[in-house]
Design a protein around this ligand. Structure first.
Ligand SMILES: NC(=O)c1ccc[n+]([C@@H]2O[C@H](COP(=O)([O-])OP(=O)(O)OC[C@H]3O[C@@H](n4cnc5c(N)ncnc54)[C@H](OP(=O)(O)O)[C@@H]3O)[C@@H](O)[C@H]2O)c1
Length: 333
């Protein structure tokens, strides 16, 4: 039952740590964490037109960062030299490939001056029925996990090049992967590598469609851990995994249970600014600069679930299976 205790620490904010000048807590807002100028920074972000992704991108932009929004429906060109929109549907591997190619051709030269930060934030939760992505993935696993896996795999060589071409790189490349406390619920319904896309199990039995979301967030946690391991030889890559907190956004709004869920969760809920805080903390905080492959919530380090910590072979199997299923190559030879 350790997972239940760990989940409670996150829900109630009991994992606050005094070593951060009593500043960070359940209630800390993203705004409180940022004071420095970020005009040397580029943020590459998914799902940044709503919710916590939008809040984070807007705040970083206000502090001078250049934002690259990788979004499903890009608005018309903004003519703003610090904000670029690249169309990318995470439910479609060829759209992800095109988006990265577009970024590489048109914008990667900007990374010669800017230090990239990456935020894997977009997600769907509990769609009303079992939907498959263009490539035949169950939609929550396909968008939340496989989409980001493929995006990151294709971005890595570009990010790496941007670091190597700088004569005096002053900053590590941070990749922040947004998971959720929901990754702990895989104690009820484990990730099944033989049936990642729910072809054999009944999606509609009980709350399996919610467990499919939990499993996608569990896969992201395994990915964060495995990616930090695979990048050990390139120590300027730093990987952080985040649970933002329970926040009423449009996430899961197609589900009938959405209003009841947020009503029940109200006592444990944060505002969007409070939810964005742990993302901003992992993207910018100097005190965790030397960390990698760790999990954070309420702006503090928190242990991954034991299922993630003690499952190095599962994360490696998922890694290899994901390379195959997304038809991508690992860029380090
Ligand atoms: N809210 C919570 O209580 C909570 C709790 C734990 C973890 N999280 C995590 O926090 C992150 C942000 O969630 P949020 O609450 O801010 O949700 P949100 O407002 O619903 O934002 C999700 C974003 O993902 C984008 N997206 C969905 N499908 C996509 C696709 N196929 N391709 C590209 N983008 C797509 C959406 O874009 P469109 O609008 O264009 O569809 C939307 O902007 C998510 O990873 C979520 O799992 C949230």
């Amino acid at each position: 039952m350790k997972w239940l205790w760990d989940a409670s620490l996150e829900f109630f904010g009991w994992n606050e740590q005094p070593n951060t000048q009593n500043r960070n807590s359940f209630y800390t807002t993203a705004e409180e964490l940022l004071s420095e100028n970020l005009n040397h920074v580029a943020l590459l972000v998914t799902g940044s037109l709503s919710g916590m992704g939008q809040h984070t991108a807007t705040l970083l932009q206000q502090h001078g960062a250049t934002i690259f929004h990788f979004v499903k429906n890009a608005p018309k060109d903004s003519n703003n030299q610090t904000e670029y929109f690249i169309e990318m549907d995470l439910a479609n591997l060829s759209s992800i490939k095109q988006a990265v190619e577009c970024f590489n051709e048109n914008y990667s030269h900007l990374l010669q001056q800017l230090h990239p930060l990456v935020l894997c934030n977009a997600a769907v939760m509990v769609p009303p029925k079992l939907v498959y992505t263009k490539d035949g993935f169950e939609s929550q696993m396909g968008i939340n996990y496989f989409g980001h896996f493929s995006w990151i795999m294709q971005l890595l060589p570009i990010l790496n090049q941007s670091y190597l071409c700088k004569s005096n790189p002053i900053q590590n490349i941070r990749i922040v992967i947004v998971s959720s406390v929901a990754h702990r619920f895989c104690h009820f319904s484990p990730l099944d590598l033989q049936d990642l896309h729910w072809n054999r199990r009944n999606y509609y039995f009980g709350i399996n469609y919610f467990f499919a979301y939990c499993q996608s967030k569990f896969a992201l946690a395994l990915f964060a851990k495995e990616l930090s391991h695979q990048l050990e030889t390139l120590p300027y890559f730093r990987i952080y995994c985040v649970h933002p907190g329970v926040v009423k956004t449009k996430l899961g709004s197609e589900a009938m249970i959405h209003p009841l869920f947020y009503c029940l969760m109200h006592p444990f809920s944060k505002t969007v600014a409070q939810g964005a805080a742990t993302m901003v903390y992992c993207l910018t905080s100097k005190e965790i600069e030397h960390q990698t492959g760790k999990y954070y919530s309420n702006c503090c380090e928190q242990e991954f679930d034991t299922l993630v910590q003690q499952n190095a072979s599962l994360s490696n199997q998922l890694w290899n299976q994901s390379l195959q299923e997304t038809n991508t190559k690992w860029f380090i030879v």
